[in-house]
Design a binder for this molecule. Structure first.
Ligand code: ZN
Length: 279
């Protein structure tokens, strides 16, 4: 499942490849699950819009759309200018840039035909991905982990009795942190995943704040090299350059102290930690 660094990398690749393109027409498949907005609304919002930019908000890909200026109705034009296409990749969703003569893959749910003579295709075998359009600006529910200030970050966990790992995964607090990067951040901060969020000291919160940013930025940097493969080909290129220190390393020696890494389950999700390095 793509996490924040993967989505950031994909969004950057799409921005490079698509900014300035005009969506000439839209084809939508007949499976209802991927469409979070009414199909007619998706089509009318996308068709003839120009892709003004692509960026990540939380774990969503936000495609900013513009329609240029309209003399007829400046107000309508302003509204249109704010329209956005929101893509959530779910478990297996991919956005592929393809030449029109390339065969359409199975499980393709949307095809955007673009003016330079290429297509953007949304493919998703398991159909947990979602496509939506919004007209008034998209906002993720939680704070953005790469730009939130320390005081706001620390305030998110004050008085919260859930395990810190669950709090990190709570998308209404921080937007976009998934299982892998929560485990990796807690390891670097030296904090056990089961600790009550409210029990973290200010020093621990400061370490965690820095660790989250460090982990995400490293993963984004590692993913950057494979982005063109990801969006141009069938998308099998992974993001494996990022070295996990605890995630998925149960019983393997800690890279710092050689103690075997432990795996526990918190609220149905696995958590990995070093019992010696993390308190
Ligand atoms: Zn250790």
């Amino acid at each position: 499942m793509p996490e924040l660094p993967e989505v950031e990398t994909i969004a950057r690749g799409l921005a490079q490849n698509l900014t300035g393109d005009v969506i000439e027409s839209v084809w939508l498949g007949n499976k209802p699950e991927p469409l979070k907005s009414p199909p007619g609304e998706i089509v009318s919002t996308l068709e003839q819009a120009c892709i003004a930019g692509v960026r990540r908000v939380g774990k969503h890909i936000v495609v900013d759309l513009s329609r240029g200026s309209s003399r007829r109705s400046p107000a309508a034009s302003r509204r249109k200018k704010q329209a956005q296409w929101i893509v959530h990749l779910g478990m297996t969703g991919r956005l592929l840039i393809a030449q029109p003569d390339v065969a359409v893959a199975k499980h393709t749910h949307a095809i955007l035909r673009l003016r330079p003579g290429k297509e953007l295709r949304f493919v998703d075998p398991r159909r947990f991905g979602r496509l939506a359009v919004v007209r008034h600006g998209f906002e993720a529910p939680g704070s953005e982990p790469l730009s939130v200030g320390f005081e706001v970050f620390a305030g998110l966990f004050r008085k919260r009795q859930t395990p810190i790992k669950s709090a990190l995964l709570n998308q209404s607090l921080l937007s976009g942190i998934g299982n892998i990067y929560a485990d990796e951040s807690l390891f670097r901060a030296g904090v056990r995943p089961r600790r009550r969020a409210a029990s973290l000291t200010r020093a621990e919160l400061q370490r965690l704040y820095l660790a989250v940013r460090e982990v995400l930025n490293e993963a984004i940097a590692a993913g950057g090299s494979s982005v063109s493969d990801y969006v141009d080909s069938n998308g099998d290129a992974g993001f494996f350059q990022f070295q996990h220190r605890v995630y998925g390393r149960e019983d393997e020696p800690c890279l710092v102290c050689r103690t075997p890494i432990k795996r526990i389950v918190i609220a149905g999700r696995s958590a990995h930690y070093c019992p010696k390095c993390q308190k």
